[in-house]
Design a protein around this ligand. Structure first.
Ligand code: SF4
Length: 254
């Protein structure tokens, strides 16, 4: 079974939407006991129709490494919000070069100077800031793709506890693929150690989840790994992702 038959406008057509839902159900049933690599191979079998969206954060190198082993020309989309840690930008360069990724796209919003000229939107309206710097640029970049691959995992937070390998992004009807959905934190560490992959330098400083600099703080022992994200706000996703098929109210994602 090849993931998605492309050029099909699933959007507003109820028949196509139902077909897509059936396809995703079948994929989840078929791959229920398969490995992350197997799921990744399935997504990349559609040759360029699926992009890997990566933050080059704390655990991103795992999926980037898997993709590079399968096809170094896998489209990789990296959203540079222009408020990232310098360490993330340096790490992105190092990892891309080391893995030989040859189809990296750095995505930046074109209108930040108009809508957030003094870079304070994250304080006054974080959802609008995420929409401006992350969600809208990503959705624009994803046009032309059938779906995208994410590094989300069930253990990361309560909102991701029921995550499946394959899901439908409601508004676009694209397929989202989560090869690491069932991995535990120890699996991530083991993979990085076995493959001698470089760690994001901020992990050693107490950041198990890394986003934009103004909205990311270190995490204390025993806290949820994503507790350091938007610590001052009632917000735990940037709106790029949806939870159980629904967008988290007032949120945009990372
Ligand atoms: S994580 Fe913070 S700084 Fe980054 S886009 Fe969202 S609100 Fe803005």
């Amino acid at each position: 079974m090849v993931l998605l038959v492309q050029n099909t406008p699933f959007g507003d057509d109820p028949d196509n939407s139902a077909a897509l839902a059936n396809q995703v159900r079948a994929l989840n049933a078929r791959f229920a006991h398969h490995s992350a690599t197997s799921v990744m191979r399935q997504a990349l079998a559609s040759k360029g129709r699926f992009a890997l969206v990566s933050s080059f954060g704390a655990e991103s190198v795992v999926l980037l490494h898997m993709a590079a082993l399968i096809d170094k020309a896998t489209p990789v989309l990296f959203i540079d919000t222009e408020l990232l840690f310098t360490e993330t930008l340096v790490y992105q360069n190092e990892v891309s070069e080391r893995l030989g990724l040859s189809n990296l796209h750095i995505i930046r919003a074109p209108d930040i100077s108009t809508h957030d000229p003094d870079e304070t939107l994250h304080k006054t309206a974080p959802d609008a800031c995420c929409a401006l710097r992350k969600t809208t640029p990503l959705q624009t970049a994803l046009q032309g793709y059938d779906g995208w691959i994410t590094g989300r995992k069930r253990f990361q937070s309560g909102t991701r506890a029921a995550l499946e390998f394959f899901e439908i992004e409601p508004k676009s009807n694209r397929i989202k693929v989560n090869p690491l959905a069932h991995w535990a934190a120890k699996d991530v560490v083991a993979y990085m150690e076995e493959n001698r992959l470089p760690r994001h330098p901020l992990v050693a400083q107490g950041y198990p989840s890394i986003g934009c600099m103004p909205c990311t703080t270190p995490v204390q022992p025993g806290e949820d790994p994503r507790a350091g994200r938007w610590r001052q706000d009632d917000k735990d996703e940037c709106g790029i992702h949806f939870v159980n098929g629904k967008m988290i109210p007032g949120k945009v994602e990372a």
